[in-house]
Design a protein around this ligand. Sequence first.
Ligand code: FES
Length: 169
Amino acid sequence: MAKGDKDREMADNIDEIAKSLQEAVLEGYSQKLKDEFFDPKNIGQIENPDSHVHITGACGDTIEMSLTIKDGRIRDIKFMTDGCGATIVCASYVTRTVKGKSIEEALRIKPEDVDKYFEGLPDESKHCAKLAIDTLKASLNKYESREQKPKFSSAKRKKKDINGRTAIF
Ligand code: FES
């Protein structure tokens, strides 16, 4: 067998072993959770996002989230985390669920909805759903508070009044 073929075969074997180890660890979890774990969505960072936050939960793990908004709807959303597998699974579910939704609709999603979708997260992982939701809410709140700020500084809003004097509007 050629060296390249041997290397490929070895890499395939390692992948198989890693997968069966992960499956053994996930024994007893719902199929939905396993599917999300093996194929998480929306991992990464958005360039020039409309909002970007890092939120650290009580356990010390952090989720970083970035999103873009168009016409009041979440156009794109991505996350990164240094957290556990359950954090990845929860953030993946949350981001793919809210993509395309309005801000109001997205703000309605609760940790209990995430728990229900996965047919019950393990007790020690319930807070991971809360962290994913808290990060989403922080991203949307940051976007909304940024939108409510005046777009121009007071210096730029100086205008001449009718008598040619400078006034601030
Ligand atoms: S263990 Fe900390 S968020 Fe999952």
